[in-house]
Design a protein around this ligand. Structure first.
Ligand SMILES: [Mg+2]
Length: 450
């Protein structure tokens, strides 16, 4: 565990106010007089821990002793965000007013000058989340109440079913249904390919044998694992899988599929069209997200709903594809999109175009980030579905959580704040372990999108 604590330089609100007003900022915190000195940020700690996987968490403590947590986990690049926070953000937080969430966000975003990018936005996200956690605790409310109150009784969640072959896939779907899932993402092996994205690498979690599949693509080690890929084989195979799943499980079960950014626009259009008879809830990440124009071509050829954006960092990445009605679901995550505040703005903008949420939520979103998404999902009108992969037992010991998962629906609970606490002693038992997401090569050796 890396514990970076910066002690407060005895913030004096009146003096800080004078400094800000006269433009004299050197050596002074950028804040102004608070009505409540107890809300000034006294400590900010960056906690890196690796129970079942690596997590980076920011913990902010006010002078009154109220604590807030924020998720800054960037899968495979965790220490980059930890350093960004420790070296460049934590020193700027000490003495700031914790109640000024929007101001803190705008200050961190604009004062860095070099905007956007996953490292910067994950760092800002953790500050935003921690400050919302604090504000809700001070108010004595679960965060969703502060965001406008509940728009629904629970959040429909989908789980990840997978199998190399159909019998294994069917078993996985049934196991998820037994756990309560009512919506299922379906990924399978492709004949001729050794290993492929989305297939459970470990049949069960250690100490939890036979209970569930556990898929974590980031593998511990000094170098990314290499996988193979053949788009034509994939395009031939996937429709046969969905035909078999529909025949086995019937027409009602909502089914999702993730293309993981591997297709050209024409290939994605072909896949979307070929999956139309099987009525998917969505086809996710059908083309590389950098080229947003690609979605126009896909859209012209298929009515299969499209979801994209788990690698996006800001509302600007979503602006055009929402306005042009090129997607149906926003796959952003609070952790990668700069926090609750900007994702809320994105969803309010998306609501004007009938675009709904489908927030990214595998295990690389920590329990803190997942809770933040649940509170946001409870409050917004245009909630769609929440991805929910269960964290491992060690992770659940490090992060104590109040959320519930009942009959396919998540609820964040009604404790004040986010409803997550971090056991620092437990976190300290699991030091960081290097881990990388895999990469792909085609049969001729060419690197391909993973
Ligand atoms: Mg995805």
């Amino acid at each position: 565990m890396t514990d970076t604590t910066t002690n407060p330089a005895a913030p004096v609100p009146g003096a800080a106010d004078t400094g800000a007003a006269t433009g004299q900022t050197s050596g002074r915190p950028d804040t102004w007089a608070s009505a409540d000195r107890g809300q000034l940020i006294e400590r900010a700690e960056v906690i890196v821990t690796s129970p079942n996987r690596n997590f980076v968490t920011l913990k902010i403590t006010t002078a009154d002793g109220v604590t807030g947590l924020g998720d800054a986990t960037l899968n495979g690049r965790e220490l980059g965000v930890a350093a960004y926070l420790s070296e460049h953000v934590v020193p700027l937080l000490i003495g700031r007013d914790a109640s000024r969430i929007e101001d803190a966000w705008q200050f961190l975003y604009r004062s860095s000058y070099w905007r956007r990018g996953p490292v910067t936005m994950a760092a800002i996200a953790s500050v935003d989340m921690a400050l919302w956690d604090i504000k809700a605790k001070v108010a004595g409310m679960p965060l969703y109440q502060l965001l406008g109150g509940a728009s629904r009784t629970g959040l429909m969640a989908y789980g990840h079913a997978s199998g190399k072959e159909l019998p294994e896939l069917f078993d996985s779907i049934r196991e998820h249904q037994e756990e309560g899932y009512r919506s299922i993402r379906v990924q399978t092996g492709v004949p001729g390919l050794e290993s492929i994205y989305g297939i459970a690498s470990n049949k069960t979690t250690e100490g939890n044998e036979g209970v569930r599949y556990d898929f974590e693509p980031a593998q511990r080690g000094a170098f990314p694992a290499m996988e193979d890929w053949d788009t034509r084989a994939y395009l031939r195979h996937v429709p046969t899988v969905f035909e078999a799943v529909r025949n086995e499980f019937g027409p009602e079960l909502p089914l999702l599929h993730d293309g993981h950014h591997r297709m050209t626009p024409l290939q994605a259009a072909k896949l979307g069209k070929s999956l139309e008879p099987y009525d998917l809830f969505w086809l996710e990440d059908c083309t590389p997200a950098e080229n947003q124009e690609a979605l126009k071509l896909v859209r012209q050829h298929t009515t299969t709903p499209l979801a994209i954006g788990e690698v996006f960092n800001t509302i600007w990445d979503f602006k055009d594809i929402i306005r042009d009605q090129l997607i149906d679901y926003v796959r952003g995550a609070v952790t990668h999109m700069g926090g609750i505040s900007p994702l809320r703005k994105t969803m309010d903008y998306a609501a004007m175009y009938q675009v709904k949420s489908g927030f990214h939520g595998p295990t690389d979103i920590s329990p803190v980030g997942l809770a933040a998404q649940m509170h946001l999902g409870m409050a917004i009108h245009n909630f769609g579905i929440q991805e929910y992969m269960q964290h491992g037992p060690q992770t659940n010991q490090v992060f104590q959580q109040t959320f519930t998962f009942t009959d396919g629906y998540l609820h964040p609970g009604d404790e004040p704040g986010l409803g997550v606490s971090l056991d620092v002693d437990e976190a300290g038992k699991y030091p960081y372990e290097q881990a990388y997401l895999p990469f792909n090569r085609l049969a001729d050796g060419t690197v391909h999108d993973w």
